[in-house]
Ligand binder design. Sequence first.
Ligand SMILES: C[S@@+](CC[C@H](N)C(=O)[O-])C[C@H]1O[C@@H](n2cnc3c(N)ncnc32)[C@H](O)[C@@H]1O
Ligand SMILES: [Mg+2]
Length: 206
Amino acid sequence: MDSAPDGDPKALLKAVDNLSKEDINVIHVGDIKGQLIDEAIQPLKPKIIVEMGTYIGYSAIRLASEALKMEQDVQIHTYDVNAQMVEIAQKMVNKAGLDSVIHIHHGRFHDLAPELQAILGSENPVDLFLLDHWKPSYVPDTQRLMELGLLRRGSLLIADNCLIPGAPEFVDYIQKAPEWNSKMVKTLYRENLTDEDGVIFAAYRG
Ligand SMILES: C[S@@+](CC[C@H](N)C(=O)[O-])C[C@H]1O[C@@H](n2cnc3c(N)ncnc32)[C@H](O)[C@@H]1O
Ligand SMILES: [Mg+2]
């Protein structure tokens, strides 16, 4: 990571992608799924983004870089239960020069959601949220956003790892729930492997 210059998110993301080619334990979303996500958010031009599962900050930095190509006042709120990850991610975000855009919250989204509601207010719904944390939390965290009125018609949900490691309860929920219009895109689980994963993209009908 040190090889990337400060204030250069693209170089930092590339350094993480390169590291993951050597180290199978790196569990970031990666460049293949990253490109799918970049393309999906282009028509949305999201300003308010929420992410569950910060890890080392890769996806938050990637989402911020892409969103900032289209809008200036972007804010990302990202949640992680692991204090060590929060610390590493903050260093990565600082290195990328995105600390005024990416706000890292330590804890479970379920507990911190009222705080987010207060930060955003009623006029600023979430445009995009990415689920990439503990799979059994995908359904309750989605429902939490809905019950607190944090979404708008057209808000986009993206859920990683729906097939590997798999989130069967979530897949069943999102495909049946009348509030969501979803599709699963099959893609490689990660670079250098042939296993197929599924990423769900779902638009909120309101
Ligand atoms: C696969 S990693 C996220 C990868 C990240 N989105 C990226 O692409 O760089 C999953 C992360 O979710 C965190 N996590 C697990 N359970 C969680 C929960 N209930 N709420 C928030 N974060 C959680 C873990 O600590 C871990 O850092
Ligand atoms: Mg993932």
